[in-house]
Design a protein around this ligand. Sequence first.
Ligand SMILES: Cc1cc2nc3c(=O)[nH]c(=O)nc-3n(C[C@H](O)[C@H](O)[C@H](O)COP(=O)(O)OP(=O)(O)OC[C@H]3O[C@@H](n4cnc5c(N)ncnc54)[C@H](O)[C@@H]3O)c2cc1C
Length: 518
Amino acid sequence: SITGGHTGPFMTSDVNEVAGKSFDYIVVGGGTSGCPLVATLSKSYSVLLVERGGSPYGNHLIENESSMGFYNVPTNEPAYFVEPFVSEEGVPNVRGRVLGGTTAINGGFYGRAGQDFIEKAGWDGELVKDAYEWVESKVVFKPYKLIPWQSVVKEAFVEAGVTPFNGYTLDHVEGTKIGGRIFDENGKRHSAADLLMSGDCKRITVLLNATVQNVIIEHAGDGQRPRAHGVRFIKSHSTNSDDVYEVYLNQPKRTGSWGDVILSAGALGSPQILMLSGIGPHEHLKHFNIPPLIHTTQVGNGIQDNPGLAVVMNMSQALHKQSAGGPQVEGVANGFRIIIGSVTAPISVNVTVKGIVAKVANPLSRGVLRLNSTDPKQNPLVKFNYFVEESDLDECVEVARLIERVARTKSVEMYLGRKQSRIVTRGGSIKEKLKEFCKKNMMSYSHYHGGCLVGSVVDEDYKVFGVEGLRVIDGSTLLDSPGTNPMATLMMLGRYQGRKDAKRKTWSQEKGVISYKA
Ligand SMILES: Cc1cc2nc3c(=O)[nH]c(=O)nc-3n(C[C@H](O)[C@H](O)[C@H](O)COP(=O)(O)OP(=O)(O)OC[C@H]3O[C@@H](n4cnc5c(N)ncnc54)[C@H](O)[C@@H]3O)c2cc1C
């Protein structure tokens, strides 16, 4: 079933069940931040969630840890739950296209952001703690036991100097740790979609397989700021792009107050929808004949990705047989500047490879996102500008050195039965050579974020500057990488902002509402 047998919210792919109706809130994108946000808002308001993908439930490629990574086979099939994209510098990447968003396709490793990140974001520490705990009580699990490769890298990280060993912890602490994960002891994935079940299901409507094209924004005409009134969407899998549907926000009686349209469509999706709604650089929008509404060069700016490296282990055939699995152990090294982990990834049925992967935790290079087309189903153009800041390349050299140190530890040698040959420093250990190695072999760690930065595109309440009733809550708003893996903090953010809204608005208690009609 669409909810995997859970008693969940009403879910439909039938646009006619939703078109023309109105809700207190409309959330666009049922991903990492969107699902906890909807669940939380539903305690006080009626909420529509519009998601371009389908349901994750019953899909064994999503649900089973042992299938993890099979989806990495690039496909341009439009209904597939993994959407590939390639940055303008030619680096391949993926994004989730399914309820649960990227938590339905990711490695599932869960770790909170550090205190300094929370403080810099200006969030309320107590509310943040409550929000993390809420998420953790529902979808986060302590590894039942470490799989062999994870036990080996745990020892190897410590041997390579990633110390101390911190045991099991969800905190962002220096050294080696066993972290949380969204796979339970049976290897079943619990994506952000599961969080919807914790909402008031009677007040949640989930529209699947519907792609939002733009936000409906109207000028009041009396000197007031323009206001979001609803969204326009199309069927994700229809070839007839002329069929456009609308859905609206409620306006409570007697108050001038409205709910919001909230974009939670991720670092690629949210800036794209803002531009398609006329909010962005005017020259760029003009090029696509999009009626400009608010001129801001900031939308799409500041997008970032963490460059990383991966080394695949040279090993015997017998070891190839272990089933695939997500990371359980992570190292926080070089004064929080490097994150190191490992994977067991499938390359075909019954054959997996083992690798060590690491990323530059806080890159300084920033890129830009622009439209490719007015079709919301097309990926926008993204340029991350990897290594445009020389210091990121210097950090990548340290990443390379650390990976090689780990790969050549006794712990790894004993397990694999052979010493790993030099990979990174084969061409010489001179820094310039290592920089070349990094440029040639860098990969994305898929922790990309930014594009609707707090302070530039949205204010500290995540409201889009210049428009009433429009907000963005997802990875596109992050000013910096949380350093560690971002999923925990983005699920927390959805919960956190939902709770802040419950405090901010009391109008929902009113019975009567009048619906806005275009
Ligand atoms: C392969 C991979 C492995 C990763 N591993 C980890 C890990 O182990 N641990 C970790 O912490 N992080 C990991 N990450 C990163 C993490 O998963 C993401 O940073 C995070 O999930 C992004 O959350 P988000 O809410 O910003 O976007 P998403 O979760 O991607 O949500 C966006 C949602 O919006 C929908 N959407 C987009 N456009 C539209 C539209 N126009 N209309 C309707 N719906 C729309 C999408 O389908 C999607 O469901 C990984 C990422 C990848 C790609």
